[in-house]
Design a binder for this molecule. Structure first.
Ligand SMILES: C[S@@+](CC[C@H](N)C(=O)[O-])C[C@H]1O[C@@H](n2cnc3c(N)ncnc32)[C@H](O)[C@@H]1O
Length: 252
């Protein structure tokens, strides 16, 4: 979460590209921001509408967000149910920074069904999700990641820090690995974030397209996180960390 606290802008070029696409034809209607966390997305989405609402299921996040953004409507709420939200009301619903990957595969379908219910016909659902075939699914606690060109002193500090954390990370990873679930085109497995302390959902591009279609959405565009380039069925996705999906609710 510390990373998000410092980042009041876009997480990556893919998020920017997805938002730019939505903004280019946005009707200024109501916006619902799911899993708002510390509020990074408020400054991005609130200017688009006079009816911005955000929820998070962690009371601490709601409290921090309300303090930081007293003018924003931030409530405690669960994306799996969206209890109390008006039906067929929102022009845009967003679940950013892989928030949807925090729930189980069956709850993911509940999120999609709830989002479908609260969106207007032709309303847009924007979310990001971790790539099953990308670097995050190949990462292991003992892989030490050193970004290019950071110089020797920082390389040494990073390496020392990684080695210091390694025993704890191995314990976390080992415990969570037992809870992993593997499907034909998705998995739930430990994620490197939070020192391998969380399980996350990983999905392939094709699987997510199918899941959206089944839930009543048509996918308008998908962007990769790193360069903000459009993905299609023929793209090689092995280097892509996560996807940004822009989907539209079918008009009834
Ligand atoms: C990775 S953070 C992203 C925070 C923020 N949206 C951003 O992009 O900077 C994911 C957030 O989603 C929230 N979250 C996860 N599952 C949720 C659910 N079912 N309902 C509501 N919030 C949820 C978490 O509490 C967390 O604050």
């Amino acid at each position: 979460m510390r990373e998000l606290d410092y980042n009041h802008d876009f997480t990556d070029p893919g998020e920017r590209a997805a938002i730019d696409l939505v903004r280019s034809e946005f009707d200024g209607g109501p916006v619902l921001d799911l899993g708002v966390g510390l509020g990074r997305t408020i400054n991005i989405l609130k200017p688009l509408t006079s009816d911005y609402r955000a929820i998070d299921y962690l009371p601490a996040m709601v409290e921090i967000c309300r303090k930081r953004y007293p003018d924003a409507c931030v409530e405690l709420g669960d994306a799996r149910t969206l209890h109390g939200m008006p039906e067929q009301y929102f022009s845009l619903v967003q679940f950013s920074f892989n928030g949807i990957d925090a729930v189980t595969p069956s709850d993911r379908l509940r999120v999609l069904a709830s989002v479908y219910r609260v969106l207007k016909p032709n309303g847009v659902f924007l979310f990001s999700t971790i790539n099953l075939h990308g670097p995050a699914s190949r990462a292991r606690p003992w892989h030490i990641y050193i970004p290019d060109g950071i110089g020797l002193p920082r390389t040494m500090v990073r390496t020392a820090r990684s080695l210091l954390w390694l025993p704890f990370e191995l314990i976390h990873w080992h415990k969570l690995r037992r809870l992993s679930v593997r499907g034909p085109d998705f998995m739930v497995a430990p994620l490197a974030a939070h020192h391998w302390g969380v399980l996350a959902h990983f999905t392939s591009y094709a699987h997510e397209l199918k899941e959206l279609r089944t839930a009543g959405f048509t996918t308008i565009a998908v962007f990769d996180n790193e360069n903000g380039e459009r993905i299609n069925t023929y793209s090689n996705t092995s280097h892509i960390g996560w996807f940004h999906f822009v989907a539209r609710k079918y008009a009834a």
